[in-house]
Write a protein that binds this ligand. Structure first.
Ligand code: URA
Length: 262
């Protein structure tokens, strides 16, 4: 134990002392917790402990094999990043890609580097094209991810689109029909709702996530999407989050994903 750590150590806070705090949910040792949050390698985080940088909320130094609930731990006096089970929403800007298979900048580069080292891994919930902006979720919860993207969940995805040509007038009924087929597909599209804002500005709400779906739907009517932005998922709206900005979602906001928009 180095001198600073020894001075800061809470009197009597040995392993049993931690248990006096009524800790039930702290099953993972702090070293593993902090490494898995991406703050550094085991060696680097071990050094942080030795330097006394990892404390409880009252400033008492903690140790690598202590088991303390995440919410009570501070690194350099700051709260840790959210624990696993994290859901983030981002306003994906234009020109960045969701797929590691594509070249160029990735959406992950808009998060702090340590978020890319987290375990379990943080991944996007579905994808938006490089040329599409708007509401994009990230999570490290595989079960939640599959629940959101599962066709069975029918989560409503609402896009605002600007079109190259005026609507012809048949699109609302065509998209709502449930029998509209896209080229090279073998099943018709589920009914989708088209709200016309102006002849070239629309909101389209779909419950599927087929490849380039919105662009292909308009292309099939002889039109072209000039700009595309996802504005909501279920009742969760992008709101005033600026392009490139992101924030963790609260539990109640996660529930909104599965709620119909009023
Ligand atoms: N539909 C598209 O065409 N592109 C997207 O990014 C999302 C939906």
């Amino acid at each position: 134990m180095d001198a600073r750590a020894a001075m800061c150590r809470k009197p009597g806070a040995e392993r049993s002392g931690l248990q006096e705090w009524g800790v039930r949910d702290a099953n993972i040792k702090l070293l593993g917790l902090i490494v898995n949050l991406g703050y550094g390698s085991r060696k680097e985080v071990t050094r942080m402990f030795r330097e006394g940088r990892i404390t409880d909320k009252d400033g008492y130094v903690l140790y690598a094999d202590d088991k303390v609930p995440h919410a009570r731990v501070r690194l350099d006096g700051q709260l840790l990043d959210p624990a696993p089970g994290l859901v983030l929403m981002m306003h994906k800007p234009l020109g960045v890609s969701c797929s590691h298979k594509e070249q160029g900048r990735l959406v992950y580069e808009l998060l702090p580097p340590r978020y890319r080292r987290r375990r379990p891994l943080l991944s996007t919930v579905g994808r938006l094209d490089r040329d599409t902006s708007g509401l994009l979720l990230f999570t490290d919860d595989g079960v939640l991810l599959h629940r959101i993207i599962s066709p069975k969940a029918k989560v409503a995805k609402c896009y605002e689109a600007t079109l190259a040509e005026d609507l012809r007038g048949h699109e609302v009924d065509l998209f709502a029909s449930g029998s509209f087929m896209l080229a090279s597909e073998i099943t018709p599209l589920a009914p989708a709702r088209l709200d016309v804002l102006t002849p070239r500005r629309v909101q389209l709400t779909v419950t599927e996530g087929r490849y380039h779906q919105v662009r292909r739907m308009f292309a099939a009517t002889g039109n072209r999407v000039v700009s595309l932005c996802r504005v909501s998922l279920g009742a969760l709206v992008l709101g005033d989050l600026l392009p490139g900005a992101w924030r963790p979602l609260l539990l109640a906001e996660c529930a909104q994903i599965f709620t119909r928009r009023g």
